[in-house]
Design a protein around this ligand. Structure first.
Ligand code: HEM
Length: 228
């Protein structure tokens, strides 16, 4: 349910504050950096101590560390490009699409860094010493790392200052890689769901519905464009 709650919260937040995000993007980038940095700090501290959070703050920290809040922001970026531009909500999302992508990427840095460190500390030594590591565990991390690497140029070139230094066509061609990023993100999540001993069906269905509906909307948009 954390994913659904995060998606609802992030949607309300972005739509309600769209004008302010557009006007003062740096404030939101700073806020996202603060959340990301404190998540990294706490997760690293947790790796070497037995500290535990409880209640709402624990749920919030887990959602941040697992990249769920970041993915919720990425989903808004995806839907901004898939929903009909006749809708008011699409126009609102479109007006802050780059800002939302930057916020999503900053938040995703926490998940990527923490899980990359954990992969290097926990899984790589096992692989080197020939211990048994499940293929699905390796696949989850490899796909995550690929998505993370792909995210970096997309993230950097989302900043207006960087975008202005590029040829419009080169920028557009680079941003097309975002589709591979979304696909890798979904495959990464799918592998995690497949690995779970007790599948959480609400989680499985909600991720699949959100990514599946996006694909359907994109196909409809593509077909209507090629018709006219
Ligand atoms: C260095 C790169 C990455 C590594 C090593 C990695 C690894 C992992 C692992 C091991 C989990 C399972 C966490 C758990 O259940 O305790 C996880 C969860 C997750 N990852 Fe990644 N990941 C990486 C990058 C990414 C990227 C780039 C995205 C999305 C664009 C992403 C999205 C997610 C999401 C949404 C979950 C939580 C799924 C859920 O339980 O609802 N990850 N990741």
């Amino acid at each position: 349910m954390i994913f659904i709650y995060s998606l609802i919260a992030v949607t309300i937040f972005s739509l309600a504050l769209s004008a302010n995000i557009k006007k003062n993007p740096k404030v939101y980038y700073c806020l996202a950096t603060l959340i990301s940095a404190s998540t990294i700090g706490f997760e690293l501290y947790k790796m070497f101590s037995k500290v535990k959070l409880t209640g709402f703050i624990n749920q919030l920290e887990r959602a941040s560390a697992k990249g769920i809040i970041a993915v919720a922001f990425f989903i808004l970026v995806m839907y901004a490009g898939a929903l009909s531009t006749k809708l008011k909500v699409t126009r609102k999302l479109m007006s802050i699409r780059a800002e939302l992508a930057i916020i999503a990427s900053i938040l995703m840095l926490a998940h990527g860094i923490v899980y990359l460190i954990s992969f290097i500390i926990n899984t790589v030594p096992k692989l080197i010493s020939g211990q048994d590591v499940k293929i699905i565990t390796i696949a989850i991390s490899i796909v995550g790392i690929l998505a993370f690497i792909l995210m970096i140029p997309l993230f950097i070139t989302s900043f207006k200052k960087i975008r202005k230094t590029m040829q419009p066509k080169a920028w557009k061609n680079l941003q097309r890689w975002a589709y591979l990023f979304y696909l890798l993100a979904y495959v990464h999540i799918l592998f995690i769901l497949v690995k779970a001993k007790n599948p959480d069906w609400i989680k499985n269905i909600s991720y699949t519905l959100v990514f599946g509906a996006y694909l359907v909307l994109k196909i409809i948009k593509y077909k209507s464009r090629s018709t006219f």
